[in-house]
Design a protein around this ligand. Structure first.
Ligand code: PCA
Length: 206
């Protein structure tokens, strides 16, 4: 059977964090590979202005069947599967270019919200079935992850057949610059969860 082409993205560090758990996971999953898939990993900038172009270029280069985007979400202790991207940017921490948008639309003429075209509840069950806590979320926030997800779902509308999913990950256990009281998850569990998600998408092609 034809290998499914997966573009797997993570982000560069931002804010007070010297590392980003999303890139730590994306890099390892891509290095180890996924049965049935050709995985291409791309590190994205934490930049409201730049991330859309970077993602579009990566899609033009990779021609993926599926884009799986990972982002770090400090404060959660579960795998957070994002259902929706909202057409708004609003920040309380500047991005890596120093930009701090204040309730600005991502696309003035675009839909208010875009939904994933993957079977998100099924994917949640797969992760939970591995003994790893997971939830479906109806808000990816209004920061760079949401902005990136909105772009990916717009790209899906332009490229029929392509699918996209955004997954927020906790900080990993032992992550540099994580405060002692912040929840974490073992890196191995996050790797297993992302493997589970990509394998399930490959198997079911949805
Ligand atoms: N998390 C941020 C942006 C980059 C990342 O890893 C977010 O949740 O928007």
């Amino acid at each position: 059977m034809k290998l499914l082409r997966i573009l797997l993205t993570g982000f560069e560090p931002f804010g007070k964090y010297k590392e980003n758990s999303s890139w730590a996971v994306a890099e390892k999953v891509a290095a180890c590979g996924v049965v049935g898939a050709e995985v291409m990993a791309k590190r994205l900038p934490v930049s409201f202005a730049g991330v859309g172009t970077t993602l579009r270029k990566a899609v033009e280069e990779c021609h993926p069947d599926v884009i799986i985007m990972l982002g770090q979400c400090a404060g959660v202790d579960y795998i957070k599967l994002e259902r929706i991207a909202i057409n708004m940017m609003d920040a309380t921490t500047p991005d890596n270019d120093g930009n701090l948008p204040d309730e600005e639309p991502i696309c003035a003429t675009g839909a208010a919200a875009l939904f994933t075209n993957t079977d998100i509840k099924d994917l949640r069950r797969v992760v939970e079935g591995q003994g790893i806590p997971a939830k479906v979320s109806n808000s990816a926030g209004l920061y760079v992850c949401n902005r990136t997800y909105y772009e990916a779902l717009r790209l899906c509308n332009e490229r029929p057949g392509m699918k996209a999913l955004f997954v927020h990950l906790p900080l990993y256990e032992g992550q540099p610059s994580a405060a002692e009281d912040q929840p974490t998850m073992p890196l191995d569990d996050m790797l297993k969860a992302v493997w589970g998600i990509t394998t399930c998408i490959c198997r079911r092609r949805k």
